[in-house]
Design a protein around this ligand. Structure first.
Ligand code: OOG
Ligand code: MG
Length: 239
């Protein structure tokens, strides 16, 4: 979808209303909301996309890809992949004053596949919020106990395509420390009427710029000292 440049920008309240309607269409056809994602928590991503504010979107069960599994090529419009940190939300998540140790139950390396209705991902903040923050698919590596998150502030992050490094960065790119994604998600969820529940996933945001998903082959994210997650893009599925 091209976005005519003479359109008036969507204000953020209206944009989140559109997002809510979009996610309702998904739940109406049987999908379950299993988590939330933050966008533009890293300056690298914000610069890449030309925006400057943290946003929130919803993740559904239909977007989940099991670590190591195949994703069919040709799914989506022009998908991109990015390395992330995922948190499993704990019992304290509903309480904004709770310690991180109660708000999260586990932490893991993650891969996010983003895709956009807007040609070449050219959007402004309202547009991308309305498009559920480009949420398309995600894969989560092995969960580690939440105390592993306490030392995550400056770990090397690599995104590999076909076994070759495509991006490198640091977890510090994510709000200075990925743990800051937890209060950021609590604040945005409360403000925008999204629910955060124990057992849900929180994608904290990409640690590097996103790169186009390959037509085939492996895609992996590795976070030093935390672990690795990968998916395989397979030949186009026959329909
Ligand atoms: C919007 C989603 C941003 C992140 O990790 O920063 C995002 C986009 O870049 O299309 O998922
Ligand atoms: Mg992301």
């Amino acid at each position: 979808m091209a976005r005519p440049s003479d359109d008036r920008p969507l204000d953020l309240d209206a944009a989140y209303e559109v997002q809510r309607a979009l996610v309702s269409l998904r739940t109406a056809r049987g999908e379950r909301v299993v988590g939330v994602k933050l966008g533009f928590t890293s300056r690298e991503k914000a610069r890449q996309m030309g925006v400057d504010d943290v946003i929130i979107g919803s993740l559904t069960d239909a977007m989940r890809v099991v670590d190591g599994d195949a994703v069919p090529a040709g799914r989506g419009i022009h998908p991109r992949v990015e390395p992330e940190i995922a948190f499993l939300l704990g019992p304290g998540i509903a309480d904004p004053d709770s310690e991180a140790s109660a708000a999260i139950a586990a932490v893991a390396p993650a891969l996010e596949v983003i895709d956009s209705r807007y040609r070449d991902f050219r959007f402004d903040l309202g547009d991308v919020i309305a498009d559920d923050a480009s949420a398309s698919a995600f894969a989560i590596g092995p969960w580690r106990a939440a105390d592993a998150a306490a030392t995550l502030a400056n770990r090397a992050v690599a995104l590999e395509l076909g076994g070759r490094q495509a991006q490198v960065g640091s977890t510090a790119a994510i709000l200075g420390d990925p743990l800051r994604a937890i209060p950021a998600a609590q604040r945005l969820a409360r403000r925008r009427g999204l629910e955060l529940r124990e057992g849900m996933v929180l994608l904290a945001g990409a640690a590097t710029a996103a790169v186009p998903a390959p037509a085939r082959g492996s895609v992996a994210a590795e976070v030093a000292g935390l672990g690795r997650v990968s998916v395989r893009v397979d030949e186009e599925e026959t329909r």
